[in-house]
Ligand binder design. Structure first.
Ligand code: ATP
Ligand code: MG
Length: 594
């Protein structure tokens, strides 16, 4: 069934080259990263002597992980694994309103599922957990903000949000200094402490870095670094009514965790000057010491036929266009797992697409191909009839059955064979019979012979129809000397070969035929609402006839149903002895022509 494919060369990953050079230059060996006040990172040793690289995956716990995150996970955890370094799982939980424990749990679960963990060992052999929460650094962040104020690098701005926006300027015009920009350090400190102590209303003022209102990079025009927000935090409760802005918090998190390569997506490229500015100021202030982390940007994953925006994913779930966060049609990792996508398939995918600095769109079919390639290797074969009609072997004795032997994996004889029962009454696919065959049709039609795969050659002798003219039963006669695996098997040559399941031995199962959730490669492109691009045929629930052994499938077991594709026993709706199957992917890409 599988078609020969051009081998795809290993895609390039420019970050590997950087790391290899850093390691060759011994950039980290012998350097002692100072333990930092408030930085919980390496309390056990106080300082870390690293020849190692340290990366991090920093999700905000405000949604479920999706396929784009898988790229980042394989990149960060994968580099650490390949170069004998360490990758941190860090929850970037500085934005309390949208964050919750539910998201923390599901994110942890999915990183594990992809094959990565955060329990490591220090160079001197001690166990070390590399699970972090940015909110554990709030004390340090606050101190860092005060230090900036004391060194004249930050001020409290009381302009209205509207004035601040106007005075920020545009891409072509410089900004204007705030009237509050030249307050004394003492005054700034006093007001900032009042902000912390809850003396001012939400949104009435912010702390801003004092850099350059005329910078060509708008991110350097005195970015806000602290805001007042009376919000309950999932970790720090009501301890704080001011919260650091992401752009301020993130570099500090990296520094406290002694990250060597801080890898993020391209939209942060314009933030890098601020990242470096902040590191330099905090080193000057004595709060951090060199070497400090450095940020590298790579192109985020954009996949055709998929939306990866958190806002849109939330909308799909909340408006019930899908059944939940783990709906098998969603690009969430929870959905992909239920769909039968595998961690190995995601690894292959991320290897194939590589890591570059140029934004591009990746065809969804590449992801599907990776899943096919992995499942083709790993998935045992089963027989399933998805659109069943009866086939009667008129000359087969009533009440008799016999064993036929089907290989569990055609390319892996070592996996052996299993018994499939043959009897007088079988299920076959509706499309494997045509009363009036079209040209080139080699399957069942009156007078023609085909092989029942792993069984006998049969000759079609006619059919029965219902009142509406639909075929209900096909009749045939078998040639007793032609059983597969016997000397007579090749005595009759036939062009067609069809699969079947014995009706008396079949397992009648619910199967969900999933397809792409969107029918447009760029959902919502132009002026369209992305919801209008939902594929109305993205799921079809059918009743199929499967070979008996499929009934023993455990939730999460994947199979190839011969001639149809890869299917997985659903991990949510299957009950013991009654698995329900989800189609993971068809054997071939049906969208190419469309
Ligand atoms: P937002 O920040 O808008 O809430 P996000 O998708 O960036 O959404 P984060 O939780 O911040 O979500 O993402 C965690 C990490 O995953 C970040 O380092 C981010 O760069 C990376 N990431 C997110 N989306 C993609 C993507 N499509 N391709 C590659 N990496 C991604
Ligand atoms: Mg983000």
């Amino acid at each position: 069934m599988s078609t020969e494919k051009e081998p795809i060369p290993a895609a390039s990953n420019f970050i590997r080259a950087i790391i290899e050079k850093d390691l060759a230059d011994n950039k980290y060996a012998g350097k002692h990263w100072a333990g930092s006040p408030g930085g919980a990172a390496h309390q056990s040793t106080g300082q870390v002597d690293f020849a190692k690289i340290r990366t991090r995956f920093p999700p905000e716990p405000n949604g479920y992980l999706h396929i784009g995150h898988a790229k980042s996970i394989f990149l960060n955890f994968g580099l650490a694994r390949d170069y004998d370094g360490v990758c941190h799982l860090r929850f970037d939980d500085t934005n309390p309103e949208k964050e919750s424990q539910e998201y923390v749990d599901s994110i942890s679960d999915m990183v594990h599922w992809l094959g990565f963990g955060w329990d490591n060992t220090t160079p001197d052999g001690k166990p070390e957990s590399n699970l972090y929460f940015a909110s554990n650094y709030f004390d340090f962040m606050y101190l860092a903000a005060e230090a900036l104020i004391q060194h004249g690098h930050a001020y409290v701005d009381e302009q209205s949000a509207e004035d601040m926006r106007i005075n920020r300027g545009t891409l072509t015009e410089p900004g204007k200094d705030s009237p509050f920009r030249n307050r004394s350090a003492e005054e700034n400190l006093r007001v900032f402490r009042e902000m912390r102590d809850g003396k001012h209303a939400d949104g009435s003022m912010v702390l801003r870095a004092k850099i350059d209102m005329a910078s060509p990079n708008i991110n350097m025009r005195d970015p806000a670094i602290y805001r007042i927000r009376r919000a309950h935090h999932h970790n720090t409760g009501d301890d704080w009514c001011i919260y650091p802005m992401y752009t301020f918090a993130h570099p500090i998190e990296d520094a406290l965790e002694q990250i060597t390569h801080s890898i993020c997506t391209l939209e942060f490229e314009d933030q890098r000057p601020f990242y470096d500015w902040l590191m330099a100021r905090l080193v000057e202030a004595g709060l951090l010491s060199n070497p400090v982390p450095y940020q590298y940007e790579f192109a985020r994953l954009n996949l055709t036929y998929v939306v990866l925006s958190k806002r849109k994913l939330i909308q799909l779930v909340e408006e019930k266009h899908v059944s939940g966060w783990d709906d098998p049609r969603l690009p969430t990792l929870a959905g992909a797992r239920r769909r039968g996508y595998t961690p190995e398939g995601f690894k292959l995918f991320t290897d194939r697409i590589g890591v570059s600095k140029a934004d591009s769109w990746i065809e969804y079919s590449i992801l599907e191909d990776c899943m096919r390639d992995v499942l083709n290797e790993s998935a045992p074969r089963k027989i399933g009839v998805l659109d069943p009609i009866k086939l009667m072997i008129d000359n087969y004795p009533e009440g008799q059955d016999e064993d036929c032997y089907a290989p569990n994996h055609p390319q892996k004889p070592e996996l052996g064979k299993r018994v499939v029962k043959l009897s007088k009454e079988l299920w076959i696919e509706r499309e494997d019979f045509m009363e009036e065959p079209s040209k080139g049709y080699f399957r069942l039609f009156p007078g023609n012979m085909v092989r029942l795969r792993y069984g006998y050659v049969v000759k079609c002798i006619g059919c029965e129809k219902d009142a509406a003219g639909n075929v209900t039963t096909v009749h045939c006669e078998y040639l007793p000397d032609t059983k597969s695996g016997t000397p007579g098997a090749d005595s009759v040559k036939v062009k067609g070969n069809i699969h079947w399941v014995s009706a008396a031995h079949a397992y009648t199962a619910e199967i969900r035929l999933y397809d792409r959730l969107f029918k447009d490669p760029h959902p919502g492109s132009g002026d369209k609402d992305f919801l209008d691009d939902i594929n109305p045929g993205s799921v079809k629930v059918i009743t199929a006839q499967l070979e008996q052994s499929a009934q023993q499938a455990n939730p999460g077991d994947s199979y190839q149903f011969e001639r149809h594709g890869y299917f997985v026993a659903d991990r949510k709706d299957s009950v013991s002895g009654k698995p329900v199957f989800n189609r993971t992917v068809t054997l071939r890409d049906a969208w190419q022509k469309a």
